[in-house]
Design a binder for this molecule. Structure first.
Ligand code: NAI
Ligand code: MG
Length: 371
């Protein structure tokens, strides 16, 4: 039996293209693994009314981790309209499989490295090495939302007098999404960030929140970060508000290293960081828990390019690199990163986003050739 069992989840659209290219590289590396295919995404919503079928959940439970391409998702009304005719009118509700996956397997760390590889014409600067730790299961993405606002929820919210200003607004005209942070959620993401800074030699950890306005939630995160910082005397904790951080990241991104934040701010800041080092074609992420992890490029399914094999697979290869590291295959991880960096630096094989005309699979072959 192979050493590793890795769920292979291409998903929709270009998810398939980038995963095909990445497979060329993994095969060349000779990772001792099997890759059982797992169904996920829009096709399964349309045809089965479930984007994340139970058989996929069962399969994931038999795997060490998963590599994931991308999925298509659409707002509520469109999702219902695209269901197969026999599934319509049954009250099926589309739920994001990615959010469910993160919550179901308690993948509480979203790790997003954003490094500028020399020679990438899309780099904002060449001296950037940012790593975002985004809390992945709580915050505004907890899924605790109401519309219309039920009377009992309104009554409960009135425990805070700030709610009184909405007294005259009927329930159907109010939508509420709850920002929920727990002490444990804050503690463990902050701890991951400090530990990473320590083991990878970063002198600072920057906490990105908004405690002056979100006094309770950001306040809790800030207190946990300060507590943890005290245990890492060699590493400075910098505290920055999310809005200011967006500005600083444009002005002086080279000043930053490890960044830690809650779910939604992390979603925003990590896309900003990704763009500084070449954009969606380069942005990889790991959704990591204590016992399971899912690695993915951060881009979506880019339907207009689906099946054309023209998009950049580097983000997915860098996700595979994170996966190898997580599995403890550090040697393969470094070789893969070095091969990707060499192809970027050589500048001969580039997809359209880098100004070239190579196909997705040609990039796969070029990286494999450097291994
Ligand atoms: P997207 O990331 O799919 O694409 C936006 C644009 O970025 C593309 O049109 C393309 O120009 C460029 N792009 C994306 N990946 C690229 C790559 N590897 N190489 C070169 N260029 C690339 O975002 P969009 O268009 O907002 O969403 C499309 C679908 O994907 C939606 O259904 C959305 O819900 C879903 N989505 C899924 C995600 C996931 O699976 N994790 C994340 C983001 C969006
Ligand atoms: Mg995002």
């Amino acid at each position: 039996m192979p050493k590793y069992r890795i769920a292979w989840m291409p998903g929709d659209g270009i998810g398939v293209d980038v995963m095909d290219a990445t497979r060329i590289v993994l095969d060349k590396l000779g990772l001792d693994a099997e890759y059982p295919h797992a169904d996920i995404g829009w096709e399964f919503w349309r045809t089965e009314g479930e984007a994340f079928p139970q058989r996929t959940i069962d399969l994931l439970k038999t795997c060490h981790c998963a590599l994931f391409g991308a999925i298509t998702s659409k707002p509520k009304e469109e999702a219902e309209a695209e269901l197969a005719p026999e599934l319509q009118g049954k009250g099926l509700v589309y739920r994001s499989p990615i959010v469910r996956l993160r919550q179901m397997f308690d993948l509480y760390t979203n790790l997003r490295p954003c490094k500028a590889y020399p020679g990438n014409p899309l780099n904002y600067r060449d001296d950037l090495d940012l790593v975002v730790f985004r809390e992945n299961t709580e915050d505004l993405y907890s899924g605790v939302e109401f519309h219309p606002l039920p009377d009992e929820v309104r009554a409960a919210l009135k425990a805070n007098p700030a709610m009184n200003k909405f007294d005259s607004v009927p329930g159907e005209d109010i939508a509420v999404s709850c920002r929920i942070l727990t002490r444990e959620g804050c503690r463990r993401i902050v701890q991951q960030a400090f530990e990473y800074a320590k083991t990878h030699g970063y002198p600072t950890v920057t906490l990105v929140e908004k405690p002056n306005v979100l006094r309770e939630t950001s306040g809790l995160m800030t207190r946990e970060a300060r507590k943890d910082a005290a245990e890492y005397p060699g590493i400075d904790l910098w505290e920055t508000n999310i809005d200011a951080m967006c500005m600083w990241l444009i002005k002086n991104p080279q000043d930053y290293g490890v960044i830690v934040t809650s779910n939604m701010f992390g979603d925003i800041v990590s896309d900003l960081c990704a763009q500084l080092v070449g954009g969606l074609g380069f942005a990889s992420s790991g959704n990591i828990g204590d016992a399971f992890a899912v690695f993915e490029p951060t881009h979506g399914s880019a339907p207009k390019y689906a099946g054309q094999y023209k998009v950049n697979p580097i983000a997915t290869m860098l996700a595979a690199r994170l996966m190898l590291s997580w599995l403890g295959e550090e040697d393969m991880a470094s070789r893969l990163e070095a091969a990707v960096a060499a192809v970027i630096a050589a500048g001969e094989v580039r997809t359209y986003d880098m100004g070239g005309s190579a196909t997705t699979l040609e990039v796969g072959e070029a990286v494999a050739a450097r291994l």
